[in-house]
Design a protein around this ligand. Structure first.
Ligand code: NDP
Length: 280
């Protein structure tokens, strides 16, 4: 019997840690799987997904910049993927793709479990409105954060995300240029990919106070500028996205294989070897 195929699909994706993480989960639970990385440009996503299914693919993670496109490629969506308008986990069911989104659950589990944060009533700033921001925003609201402010380079996307979240008294789209007027936040989340190409946007230190937890969804070198900014501003916690990555992967693994791996040893191994981690 051939081993079922899984993959992470993105662009760029060559240095993604997802194949290592899923292989480690498979070894831990004695589940044989073939998990690879597939690099495809945005306009070729649908074709690539079709070819993947034709070659025995039964499940895929989706990473930047394809999460919203993946949602459109699905025949059915989970409730959390529908609310996010973005998909990071695809499962082939009866010849059609079902989309889910495990990013939000992964972030909340990392912050509340591994880092011991109480998210309830935290005044929160979300910077970014791409696929990752869409995935985490509904889960943060469900976890009980207070008011959620959303800013994005392209302000229309912040407006669209706020509309999709549908809680006008609690969710506030704002202009990136107006950040100086906002005062302190209890939770500041960088969900942009800005440092991959252009460097960190200009963020005033007044956003951060002694209680603030600052979180970058990116990990490795990409997260360093934001975490350095947060520490310089006096944040209580400065947390990178590696824990979320492992937790969202575990959620996807559980959807596909019906069993949740123990994430702690896999996270510990990645932290121990972080000097050799290349970001993706
Ligand atoms: P997308 O391509 O969907 O979105 C990118 C976001 O970054 C958009 O909001 C975009 O703004 C913004 N952005 C890009 N360049 C700049 C810039 N120069 N200045 C300001 N804003 C900018 O990517 P994703 O949302 O999927 O991923 C975002 C980050 O989150 C990535 O670094 C990714 O690795 C990380 N991530 C981590 C995960 C984890 O498990 N730890 C899971 C998912 C993502 P605009 O709309 O204006 O283009």
């Amino acid at each position: 019997m051939s081993i079922p195929r899984y993959a992470v699909i993105g662009h760029p994706v060559a240095h993604s840690l997802s194949p290592r993480i899923h292989a480690a989960f498979g070894r831990q639970l004695s589940i044989a799987l073939d998990y690879s990385a597939i690099d495809t440009a945005a306009e070729e996503f649908d074709m690539t997904l079709g070819a993947f299914a034709a070659s025995g693919g039964v499940g895929a993670n989706v990473t930047l910049p394809h999460k919203q496109r993946a949602a459109r490629a699905c025949a059915t969506l989970s409730e959390r993927a529908r609310r996010a308008g973005a998909v990071n986990t695809l499962t082939l069911r009866g010849g059609e793709w079902h989309g889910d989104n495990t990013d939000g659950a992964g972030l909340v589990r990392d912050l509340t479990g591994r880092h011991g944060l109480d998210l309830r009533a935290r005044r929160t700033l979300l910077i970014g409105a791409g696929g990752a921001a869409r995935g985490v925003a509904p889960a943060l609201l469900d976890a009980g954060i207070g008011d959620l402010y959303i800013v994005n380079r392209t302000s229309e996307r912040a407006d669209a995300l706020a509309d999709a979240l549908g809680q006008p008294g609690r969710v506030h789209p704002r202009y990136l240029a107006d950040l100086k007027q906002f005062g302190e936040f209890d939770l500041v989340i960088n969900a942009t990919s800005a440092t991959r190409t252009d460097g960190l946007p200009d963020l005033p230190m007044s956003l951060v106070g002694a209680r603030t937890a600052a979180v970058d969804l990116s990990y490795g070198e990409v997260a360093i500028p934001f975490l350095a900014w947060a520490r310089a501003a006096g944040a209580h916690d400065a947390i990178g996205g590696l824990g979320m990555l492992v937790e969202q992967a575990a959620e996807s693994f559980a959807l596909w294989h019906g069993v949740r791996p123990d994430t702690d040893p896999v996270y510990a191994h990645l932290v121990e070897h972080r000097a050799s981690l290349v970001t993706a």
